[in-house]
Ligand binder design. Structure first.
Ligand SMILES: [Fe+2]
Length: 188
């Protein structure tokens, strides 16, 4: 979508070749990983990490990630507005920001939408289980997993704190389709 015309979708596709081409043009990599064994829905962190161990080791050696951990976003509990303790609040991610660290996330289960703001365009990348997304550091972006999030992901961090986060002032994210908009709209 053009940054000044959120309603104008230039390309919308689930064709991986087209997606790869679009993303490679902005230096972003999307790769599919397959688990070494079938993961139960209630798999704990150690089981999740074990299932993707060879992929993780390879990527870690390549990227020099100091921290690799599992993040779970769950629906807010009644009255608290926040999901499980391991998952930050939705609005924490919904503002456009940059950080020095590369954005490297592998979606283990559920869905999450990474919106990348590059060269006058917004690329909404709706990731599902098996998607590894690698975005160069300092790329303006935001993230959304919806009002009732269900997203388990492995984070790869080069710095212990993930690099200092700098919020961008424009507020562009609020003008673009959310995770739930994209899933609900035709073709989604
Ligand atoms: Fe981020």
């Amino acid at each position: 979508m053009p940054e000044d015309a959120p309603g104008t979708v230039r390309v919308r596709t689930d064709d991986l070749d087209v997606i790869h081409g679009e993303l490679l043009g902005i230096g972003v990599r999307l790769v599919r990983w397959h688990a070494a064994r079938r993961l139960p829905a209630d798999a704990d962190d150690a089981t999740v990490m074990k299932a993707y161990e060879s992929h993780i080791d390879h990527l870690r050696a390549e990227g020099g990630h100091r921290i690799v951990d599992v993040v779970r976003l769950t629906p807010p509990r009644a009255g608290t507005g926040r999901g499980r303790r391991t998952g930050p609040a939705r609005e924490d991610f919904l503002r456009e920001h940059v950080h020095d660290d590369d954005l490297v996330r592998f979606v283990v289960a559920g869905t999450g939408c990474f919106s990348l703001h590059v060269a006058g365009q917004v690329y909404a990348v709706l990731c599902t289980a098996g998607d590894l997304l690698s975005v160069p550091g300092r790329t303006p972006h935001w993230f959304d997993a919806g009002a009732r999030p269900n997203c388990t992901a492995i984070r790869f961090l080069q710095r212990a704190d993930g690099g200092a986060v700098r919020l961008l002032p424009d507020g562009i994210a609020s003008r673009f389709p959310t995770h739930d908009d994209l899933l609900a709209s035709p073709g989604g």
